[in-house]
Design a protein around this ligand. Sequence first.
Ligand code: SAH
Ligand code: SF4
Length: 348
Amino acid sequence: MKKILLGMSTADLKLLAAELGEKEFRGKQVADWLYRHGCREISGMANLPVAFKSKLEAVYEIGRSQLQKNNMGKDGTFKLLLRPYYGELVETVGMPYDERFSCCVSTQIGCPVGCAFCATGSGGFKRNLAAGEMIDQVLTVAEVAIKEKLLAPDGRVSHVVFMGMGEPLLNYEATLAAVRLINHELKIGMRNITISTIGYVPGIYRLAADRLQLTLAVSLHAADDALRRKLVPGMSRYLLKDILSACQHYYSHTGRRVTFEYCLLKGVNDSQAEAASLASLLKGLNCHVNLIPFNEVLHSNFRCPEPAGVMAFRRVMEEAGITVTQREQRGAGIQAGCGQLRRQPGSG
Ligand code: SAH
Ligand code: SF4
């Protein structure tokens, strides 16, 4: 198997050009083909000398995925099933809004955490994705969005959320390499990039030390440790107080307000008493809570609360002074909502 160019930065590509006996600016040209034009074949890099292209082709391939399936939802949200360069299958989601266009990126194939309510976790863990395979998802989503006229021909993805399959902080190096590429090469602002973690405490400290201006979202789902252990068994080593201390540390190191995600499960974690406990747990933290009404997944006994239940939960938190938003249920009709991504083909 050849090495892949996707995942290399402009600086890496300049070094590579020099190693192959070319002027450095040729590396910048390669970067433009990869990241600005979304070129799929080295032979298509029109302004490069033929001899340079042959040298590159001898050792490298671009490393784009193959599109296996596109599921288009009514609200313009679409879910792509891709075969990444190093194999297996992965899902990624494109979401058009009025003023922005978001791509939801997967960081692993499957997930080792195995949360009780999540389709990704129930399928087990296969492998980590490489940075190039993550940036490929953003490029492919942009390509499809332009083709489907959801983006103008010169339009671009404006926001990236690492909320697809997998736990980003358990694949730290590749995810951070992808974040830097998305920022430097695709010119998406750090503040428009969000990493969602299930609360992997060492990863939160590591991210704080990197002092990036991205948004950190932490999935809590429970206001007490006993319930959290049931819902998120794969992280039972970390208590809520440890997760919250890590978030406080993250805030003091980066100045970035943390978002807490809370998936509402009917009769499990959605009572007003639980809303009050959650509010008191978060009191004094500079944060914001994003409520995610449960998206139905196959073979699950969990249910989504009625809208009135969601409202009541929200009101208790707001009365306690916590800022709350509610995630729009995008893509649920095509199984592209939070927690509905799987690695089996045709399961959507
Ligand atoms: N592994 C990371 C990121 C991917 S999941 C994490 O867990 O944070 C993105 C969000 O969707 C998380 O908050 C996750 O808990 C939530 N989620 C998972 N399954 C869900 C479901 N069936 N319905 C609604 N949200 C779900
Ligand atoms: Fe993994 Fe996140 Fe799903 Fe949990 S919710 S199984 S951490 S992808």
